[in-house]
Ligand binder design. Structure first.
Ligand SMILES: *[C@@H]1O[C@H](CO)[C@@H](O)[C@H](O)[C@H]1NC(C)=O
Ligand SMILES: *[C@@H]1O[C@H](CO)[C@@H](O)[C@H](O)[C@H]1NC(C)=O
Ligand SMILES: *[C@@H]1O[C@H](CO)[C@@H](O)[C@H](O)[C@H]1NC(C)=O
Length: 281
């Protein structure tokens, strides 16, 4: 019993013992084994590296914050009120293939639980797993808010009506789900189970989960309340773009472009002017 008391100091004396060890540490460091010394310096390097990475991460986060704060919900809203989400008029002519940028890769999920990488084309590594038809052209409608889904439909519905069922043109209406809770697995699967799906094989409702900042940066998307519509060719290049709700003129212009399915380049060089005119009806 007495031994035990002697071996186990009280909390207060433990504190003073620790203080003594701390005070002795600088001297003790001189006597540590070389291995131990190495461990201390490498640990310090690790801390420096960590700080540097942190600095970069902090700068990135700050830039992003500035970016995001410079716009806000109310700026988006007032822009929508002013021009009903028309950030710019839709392209009247197709963007030439040499000038067209590839749509950035995104992984989207379908209500049936499958997922694919868009844009869908063979060279994008999509030739193995899915049963998806590789489209000769696709219309991508992006909605970041529920309110812009109707804008997307103002383009997709008349576009779909103009398509022949034998066509290899696909319409993807992509909704972005930002909520971290819904992006986690049990909730994500639940969300997909109740999510809107489509019985039209040419029309797919797709969902993107998580952070979309990088994608928006690449596509120069700032206003999240409006809809963004892209017509992609068989190589996933953006050949036409529209915004917000479609006007009747814009719709008929888009529908007329569908007749020009960009296919020719598939066999020969990518950048040949090979546009094959394909009459849907
Ligand atoms: C297509 O529309 C985009 C966005 O409004 C614009 O920047 C681009 O110059 C247009 N290109 C053509 C060929 O109309
Ligand atoms: C997919 O297609 C690319 C390009 O045609 C080819 O290089 C690749 O080997 C294909 N992959 C598979 C798994 O078939
Ligand atoms: C292609 O198939 C292999 C084996 O089935 C799979 O592991 C891989 O993820 C697939 N690649 C793509 C891009 O789906």
């Amino acid at each position: 019993m007495l031994r035990r008391v002697l071996q186990l100091p009280s909390a207060a004396s433990a504190l003073t013992t620790n203080a003594k060890i701390l005070a002795a540490a600088p001297i003790a460091a001189c006597y540590v084994h070389p291995d131990q010394n190495y461990r201390i310096t490498s640990r310090r390097h690790f801390m420096d590296l960590h700080k540097m990475v942190d600095k970069e991460a902090i700068k990135k986060a700050n830039d992003r914050l500035k970016d995001e704060l410079s716009r806000g919900y109310f700026a988006d809203l007032s822009e929508i009120r002013k021009n009903s989400g028309k950030i710019a008029p839709a392209n009247k002519t197709l963007i030439p293939s040499v000038a067209a940028a590839k749509f950035p890769d995104i992984v989207v999920h379908f209500p049936d639980g499958t997922s694919i990488k868009l844009p869908l084309f063979e060279q994008n590594g999509n030739n193995n797993s899915t049963d998806e038809i590789i489209p000769t052209a696709s219309l991508l409608c992006l909605s970041f808010r529920a309110s812009s889904q109707r804008m997307a439909e103002s383009w997709s519905v008349p576009f779909l009506e103009s398509l022949d069922t034998s066509t290899k043109i696909q319409v993807y209406e992509v909704s972005f789900v930002e909520s971290w809770l819904l992006s986690l697995n049990p909730m994500k699967n639940l969300f997909l189970k109740i999510a809107r799906s489509s019985s039209n094989p040419l029309r797919r409702f797709a969902y993107f989960f998580g952070d979309h900042y990088d994608l928006r940066k690449k596509l120069q998307i700032v206003n999240l309340l409006t809809g963004y519509i892209f017509l992609l060719d068989g190589y996933g290049r953006i050949r036409w773009q529209g915004f917000g709700s479609a006007t009747p003129e814009e719709v008929s212009s888009l529908v007329s472009k569908k007749g020009v399915v960009i296919e020719g380049s598939r066999s020969s060089s990518c950048y040949s002017s090979g546009l094959i005119v394909y009459y849907a009806k």
